[in-house]
Write a protein that binds this ligand. Structure first.
Ligand code: GLN
Ligand code: ZN
Length: 766
C-alpha cells in the first residue's frame, strides 16, 4: 500500500488564527492559557483536516508558536543566559524574548534583551531565528516536545508521524558566540536527540520524520560525515522506530551517496526541485528502503498535473513495487496558503489552475489511491486534472503574443554611455552639492494614509476625492522636504500598500488573493501575488503622482519603482515558463515606466531591488546563471534611461561581499544600501573592490524608533569616506520610512541634513 503522507502543515490556520492569538497575548488582551488553548485548537483542527483529506502519515511537531528552529533550540536547552530560563520547560516569556527581544518587564528577564538574529530559511521567504550557541554549549532536553505533540494527537485519535529538525541541519543553521564551528558540538547534541527518540518510541510512535534539508546544500566532507555519524547514532538509539530522513528544496546530487548509505528506514525526495536525483536513487537505493516521493510541489500554488505525477510514481513502482512507497508534497506545506476554497473573488479561470495546502493534500491522497487501486479508482480526479492542465496550457489569456514576441526579441538598447560619461552630463543638469541628501522613497504610512486607501477601496470616497487627498499629502511632503533642506526629494509612496502589490495590481498577468497568507516569521504573514500569465503594462503606473510632485519643486524628485527581480522573488511564479523569462517580461514593463517617467520630466528614477540577493540559488554551481539573468533583467529595466536620467537602485541587507561584482554590473548610477545597523561594516566589501559608481550607505537605522543625532551620522559618514571617494558619496537612511512615525522621521532627517552639511564644511577646508 502506498502511503499518503504529509511533511508539514501551515501553522497559521484559516484567517490567520495564530496571528490573532499571538497578538492578543502580546498586547495583554489574552492570557497565556488562552494562547496555549488557541494553539491546541489549531493543531487539533489541522490533524483532523488532514485525516479527512485521506492522509495517513500526518505530521506532528510541525507546529510552532513562533518558529520551529527557535522551538528546537529551546527544547535542546540552547538558550543564551539572561532570558529567564533556569531549567525545565522553557517559559513563554523566554521563548518570546528570544524571538522578539524584551523590555525586561517580565520577572527574571534582564533589562533589555535583543532578539536572536533572524534569517531566511534556505531559499524560502520564511524566516527563522538563528540559535546562538556557546563554544562549550551543553544540551539538555528541557521538555520532550515531539512526544507531547504526539500524545496530544493520539488523544484526538490520530497516530502522527512526529517531525524533528535534524541535528546536523540544526547545528548548521546555528551560530557560535565565538564564531567557531557549530558541528564540533554534534557529540554533545546527539544524546539529547537519542533521548527524544526513545521517548517517542515509548509513547508508541512508529515513524519519525527527521528533516535534514542541509542535504540540498553544498556540503564539505566533514559535514557529510557528520550526517553519517549522526544518523547512525540515532538509528542505533531507537531501533524500534522507523526513521524517514527528509531533504527538500533541491536535489541531493553529490550528497546522494551519503544519504543512501544512512541506516534509515526511509528517504524523502523533493521531486519538484530534485527530480534529477531519481535515476540515481532507483539505481542505488537499498531494496528495503522506503521512498517518500515528493511529487506535489510544496513551494508553489499550481495544481499538480496528476497524470504526469502518476507516471513518475509508476516508474518507481515498476522498479520497486508499491510496498515501500509514500506519496508526499515536495516539502512542508508551510510555504503555501491554506485553502483555495476561501478565495471567493479570484478569477474563476485562474482559480481552476491553483491548489493550496488543502488541495495539495487531496492530490497526494488521490495519487496514493491511484497507485494502489489503479487509475479507474480516481478517474474523475484525473479527468479534472487533465482539464485544468489543458485549460491552462491553451488559455488565450495566459499567452499574450505581443509580450512573448517582445521578450523573445533581442534586448533593446541599454544605456548608451558608460557611467563616467553619464556622470558628466548628470552633474551638469542636476547640480547637486557634494554629499547629496535623499531618502529611500516611502514616508510614514499613518493611520490617515491607510484609511484613505481603505475608504477608496470600499467606495466610501470617489476617485476625485482620493486623488485630491493624495495630492495634499504629496504637497505637504514636498514642502517639508524643501524646508529641511533635502537635495533629492520623493513623493512619499502614500498610494502604495506594498511595493510589489502596488505594481502587480497594475500589470497584467498578476492575481491577488484575499486570504492567501503564508507565514513570513512569527505572526508576520504575506500574501504573495500569483503571476499566472504574460506580464504587460497596460498604462503608466506612477507617472501622474511623481510628475505632480515634481511640478511643486525645482529640486529633482526621484521616481520610485520596484525592480523586476524583486517582483519575481516575492511572488508565486508560473511554472510553465523559466523564471528568467517571466523576469524579462516584468523588466520590459518597468522599462516602459522608466521611459514614461523621464518623458514626463523626471530626472531620477530609483529601481528598488531589495530581493536581488535572495534569489541566489542554494548551490554555488547554479549561482552564475542566476546572477547573469538577474543582472540582465535589471539592466533591461533601467536601459531606457537617457544619459542624463540618473538611475538609482536600493538594496536593504548587509551581505554584499560575494556579489559585489554583480552589484557593480547593474551599473546603476547610484546605489543605496543598509549600513547604519552594522556601523558601516558592510563597506568592507568596498575595500577590496573599487565600486565604480555612486553609493549611499545608510546612516539612519530605520528599524528602530530612535532618532540618531547629527554627530552620530557624521561619524558614520567619516568612516564611509575612507572607503568611498567624496564625490561619489550620498547621504540617506537605510531603507524606506513607511513603518516609522513622523515624530521620529522629522528630527532624524533634519539631523541627517545637518550631518551632510558638516561633511561639506569639512570637505571645503581640506
Ligand atoms: N522604496 C521603498 C520604500 O521606501 C523601498 C522598500 C524596501 O527597500 N524594502 O519603502
Ligand atoms: Zn530597503
Amino acid at each position: 500500500m502506498a502511503i499518503a503522507s504529509n511533511l508539514g502543515f501551515p501553522r497559521i490556520g484559516d484567517r490567520r488564527a495564530l496571528k490573532t492569538a499571538l497578538e492578543a497575548f502580546w498586547s495583554g488582551r489574552a492570557g497565556e492559557g488562552e494562547l496555549i488553548a488557541a494553539a491546541a485548537r489549531l493543531r487539533a483542527e489541522h490533524w483532523n483536516r488532514q485525516r479527512r483529506l485521506g492522509i495517513s502519515h500526518i505530521p506532528s511537531g510541525d507546529f510552532a508558536l513562533y518558529d520551529h528552529v527557535l522551538e528546537t533550540a529551546c527544547m535542546l536547552g540552547a538558550i543564551p543566559p539572561g532570558y529567564g530560563w533556569t531549567g525545565g520547560p522553557v517559559p513563554l516569556a523566554t521563548l518570546f524574548a528570544l524571538a522578539r527581544g524584551a523590555r525586561g518587564t517580565e520577572a527574571g528577564i534582564a533589562p533589555t534583551l535583543p532578539a536572536l538574529e533572524m534569517t531566511k530559511w534556505f531559499d524560502t521567504n520564511y524566516h527563522y531565528l538563528v540559535p546562538m550557541l556557546a563554544p562549550d554549549q551543553r544540551f539538555v532536553l528541557t521538555e520532550n516536545r515531539p512526544r507531547a505533540a504526539f500524545e496530544e494527537a493520539l488523544a484526538h485519535g490520530v497516530r502522527t508521524r512526529p517531525v524533528l529538525l535534524g541535528p546536523v541541519t540544526f547545528l548548521k543553521l546555528a551560530k557560535r558566540e565565538d564564531g567557531g564551528d557549530t558541528l564540533a558540538l554534534l557529540d554533545a547534541l546527539l544524546p539529547v536527540y537519542a533521548e527524544i527518540l526513545t521517548g517517542l518510541a515509548e509513547a508508541g510512535a512508529h515513524w519519525v520524520q527527521i528533516d535534514e534539508p542541509c542535504f540540498a546544500l553544498d556540503l564539505t566532507e566533514a559535514e557529510r560525515s557528520a550526517l553519517s555519524r549522526a544518523h547512525a547514532a540515532l538509528a542505533a538509539a531507537a531501533p524500534r522506530l522507523s526513521i524517514l530522513l527528509a531533504s527538500y528544496f533541491g536535489p541531493l546530487a553529490d550528497n546522494l551517496p551519503t544519504a543512501l548509505a544512512l541506516p534509515v528506514a526511509g528517504l524523502h525526495l523533493d521531486l519538484a526541485r530534485g527530480a534529477a536525483d531519481l535515476d540515481a536513487v532507483l539505481e542505488g537505493a537499498r531494496a528495503d528502503l522506503w521512498l517518500s516521493l515528493g511529487v506535489v510541489d510544496g513551494r508553489n500554488v499550481w495544481r499538480t498535473d496528476l497524470r504526469a505525477a502518476l507516471a513518475t510514481l509508476r516508474r518507481v513502482a515498476d522498479r520497486r513495487g508499491t510496498r515501500r512507497l509514500m506519496v508526499a508534497p515536495s516539502c512542508s506545506l508551510l510555504h503555501v496558503p491554506m485553502d483555495l476554497e476561501a478565495e471567493d473573488a479570484l478569477d474563476p479561470e485562474v482559480k481552476s489552475w491553483l491548489a493550496f495546502a488543502v488541495q495539495k493534500l487531496a492530490e497526494v491522497a488521490t495519487l496514493a489511491r491511484a497507485l494502489d487501486e489503479g487509475e479507474g479508482a480516481v478517474a474523475s480526479a484525473l479527468k479534472a486534472s487533465d482539464a485544468a492542465v489543458a485549460g491552462r496550457r491553451g488559455s488565450a489569456r495566459v499567452h499574450d503574443p505581443a509580450v512573448a514576441a517582445r521578450a523573445a526579441a533581442a534586448d533593446p538598447p541599454g544605456r548608451s554611455a558608460p557611467y563616467r560619461d553619464r556622470r558628466i552630463v548628470q552633474r551638469r543638469t542636476l547640480a547637486l552639492p557634494p554629499f547629496p541628501t535623499t531618502t529611500i522613497g516611502s514616508f510614514p504610512q499613518t493611520e490617515a494614509v491607510r484609511r484613505l486607501r481603505a475608504d477608496r477601496e470600499a467606495g466610501r470616497i470617489d476617485d476625485d476625492a482620493y486623488t485630491e487627498a493624495m495630492k495634499r499629502l504629496i504637497a505637504e511632503a514636498i514642502a517639508w522636504q524643501e524646508e529641511i533642506g533635502l537635495d533629492v526629494l520623493v513623493h512619499g509612496e502614500f498610494e502604495r500598500n506594498d511595493m510589489v502589490k502596488y505594481f502587480g495590481e497594475r500589470l497584467s498577468g498578476f492575481a491577488f488573493t484575499k486570504h492567501g497568507w503564508v507565514q513570513s516569521y512569527g505572526s508576520r504573514c504575506v500574501a504573495p501575488p500569483i503571476i499566472w500569465g504574460d506580464v504587460a503594462r497596460p498604462a503608466p503606473i506612477t507617472v501622474a503622482w511623481t510628475a505632480y510632485a515634481q511640478s511643486l519643486t525645482t529640486k529633482p524628485v526621484k521616481g520610485m519603482l520596484t525592480g523586476p527581480v524583486t517582483m519575481l522573488q516575492w511572488s508565486f511564479v508560473r511554472d510553465d515558463l523559466p523564471r528568467e523569462t517571466v523576469c524579462r517580461q516584468i523588466a520590459l514593463a518597468i522599462r516602459d515606466e522608466v521611459d514614461d517617467l523621464q518623458r514626463a520630466g523626471i530626472r531620477m528614477v530609483q529601481i528598488d531591488e531589495p530581493a536581488f540577493r535572495e534569489g541566489l540559488p542554494l548551490r554555488r554551481a547554479d549561482r552564475r546563471r542566476y546572477l547573469d539573468w538577474a543582472v540582465a533583467c535589471f539592466r533591461l529595466a533601467a536601459g531606457a534611461a537617457r544619459d542624463e536620467t540618473q538611475i538609482h537602485t536600493h538594496m536593504c541587507y548587509s551581505e554584499f561581499n560575494d556579489i559585489i561584482a554583480e552589484i557593480a554590473a547593474l551599473d546603476a548610477d547610484v546605489i543605496s544600501i543598509e549600513t547604519a545597523r552594522s556601523r558601516m561594516e558592510l563597506l568592507d566589501a568596498f575595500a577590496s573592490f573599487a565600486y565604480p559608481n555612486e553609493i549611499g550607505p545608510g546612516v539612519y537605522d530605520i528599524h528602530s524608533p530612535r532618532v540618531p543625532a547629527a554627530e552620530e551620522m557624521v561619524r558614520l559618514l567619516r568612516i564611509a569616506r575612507r572607503r568611498i571617494p567624496a564625490d561619489r558619496l550620498w547621504v540617506n537612511p537605510d531603507c524606506g520610512l513607511k513603518t516609522r512615525r513622523w515624530e521620529e522621521v522629522r528630527p532624524a532627517l533634519a539631523n541627517m541634513v545637518t550631518a551632510a552639511r558638516t561633511l561639506r564644511a569639512e570637505l571645503a577646508t581640506e
